[in-house]
Ligand binder design. Structure first.
Ligand SMILES: NC(=O)C1=CN([C@@H]2O[C@H](COP(=O)(O)OP(=O)(O)OC[C@H]3O[C@@H](n4cnc5c(N)ncnc54)[C@H](OP(=O)(O)O)[C@@H]3O)[C@@H](O)[C@H]2O)C=CC1
Ligand SMILES: Nc1nc2c(c(=O)[nH]1)N=C([C@H](O)[C@@H](O)CO)CN2
Length: 235
C-alpha cells in the first residue's frame, strides 16, 4: 500500500538515500530541502513532492506547515532528518550557533509534529514520527556542545510526543554514531572516527533505512531510541 512519507533534508546523503529508497518502493515521498542540488530535480522526476524550506527562516517554516496541511489529507510517517553539524568554533559564534541548532533540531520538529499530528491520526493503522538524533545526545561532545545539546532536546521530545500521540502515532528516535563520512574527511580523521567504536567501521545509510523499516513495522515500540553506533559505548 502506498504511504505518504515526509522526510526533511532530502537534498543529500542520508535524507536523499531514504527518499530514493521509499520512492523505489512506490511510496509518495514528501521532501523538504534547503539547497537546490541537482538531486532535487532527480527526486521530482522520480515522483517526489518537494518543498524548499530553511528551518532557520520562521516565515518559510510557517509557509511549509500551511502548505502541507492544505495539500495532504493524511500522512503515514514523518522523518526528521534535516540537521546542521557545526562545531563550537563555527564562525557563526556561540549565540547564533545555539539558536540555529535549536531551531533546526528542536523548534522546527516541534512545530511540524504539532501541526501534522492530525494528518498522522487520520489513518486506520498506526503511523510514525521518527527523530534522527545522535549518539552524542546521551554522551555529550566537547567540540559540538550546541549540536549535542539540541540533539538531546530532540531525544527528549521523543518521550513527550510518544506519550501525547499514543496509541495512534508511534514516536521514536534513531541515534546514530558514524553512518557516513563527509567528502572532506581525510584518512586520519576517518581512522580516528572508526576507532571510536568496537566494530570500528562506518555504518552506512542502509543501517538507517533498516532501522526505520523496523520502527514502521512495529506495533509495540514507541518512546524509544535505537542506537546505531557500532558499540561505541563499549570503548
Ligand atoms: N552522517 C552521520 O554519520 C551521522 C548523521 N546523524 C544524523 O543523521 C541525519 C542525516 O545525517 P547527514 O545526511 O549526514 O546530514 P547532512 O548534514 O549531510 O544533511 C542534512 C540535511 O539537512 C539540511 N539542513 C541543514 N540545515 C538546514 C536548515 N536550516 N533548514 C533546512 N534543512 C537544513 C541540509 O541541507 P543543505 O544541504 O542545504 O545544508 C541537508 O540536506 C542528521 O539528523 C544527522 O544529525 C547522526 C550521527 C551520524
Ligand atoms: N547533520 C549531520 N550530523 C552529523 C554528521 C553530519 O555529517 N551531518 N556527521 C557526524 C559524524 O559522522 C560523527 O558521528 C562522527 O564523526 C555526526 N552528526
Amino acid at each position: 500500500m502506498q504511504k505518504n512519507i515526509l522526510i526533511t533534508g532530502v537534498g543529500k546523503r542520508i535524507g536523499l538515500y531514504l527518499a530514493e529508497a521509499f520512492l523505489a518502493r512506490g511510496h509518495k515521498v514528501i521532501g523538504t530541502y534547503r539547497s537546490h542540488y541537482p538531486s532535487i530535480e532527480a527526486l521530482k522526476a522520480l515522483g517526489a513532492d518537494l518543498y524548499p524550506c530553511d528551518f532557520n527562516a520562521p516565515t518559510q517554516l510557517q509557509k511549509l506547515i500551511q502548505t502541507l496541511v492544505q495539500n495532504y489529507q493524511h500522512l503515514d510517517a514523518v522523518i526528521h532528518n534535516a540537521s546542521l553539524w557545526l562545531s563550537d568554533d563555527s564562525p557563526l559564534g556561540p549565540e547564533q550557533l545555539m539558536t540555529q541548532m535549536m531551531q533546526v533540531h528542536v523548534s522546527a520538529p516541534y512545530q511540524l509534529n504539532l501541526a501534522l499530528a492530525p494528518l498522522l491520526q487520520r489513518q486506520e493503522t498506526m503511523t510514525d514520527i521518527i527523530h534522527l538524533t545522535d549518539y552524542v545526545a546521551h554522551r555529550g561532545s566537547k567540540k559540538h556542545i550546541a549540536y549535542a545539546a539540541s540533539k538531546a532536546a530532540l531525544e527528549n521530545m521523543t518521550l513527550s510526543f510518544a506519550a501525547k500521540l499514543a496509541p495512534q502515532v508511534k514516536v521514536n528516535a534513531i541515534a546514530p554514531a558514524l553512518i557516513c563520512f563527509n567528502e572532506h574527511d581525510d584518512a586520519a580523521y576517518r581512522e580516528k572516527a572508526m576507532a571510536k567504536s568496537v566494530l570500528a567501521r562506518e555504518g552506512g545509510e542502509t543501517e538507517v533505512l533498516e532501522a526505520i523499516d523496523y520502527l514502521m513495522q512495529s506495533q509495540y515500540v514507541t518512546g524509544r531510541s535505537l542506537a546505531l553506533d557500532g558499540g561505541r559505548h563499549l570503548k
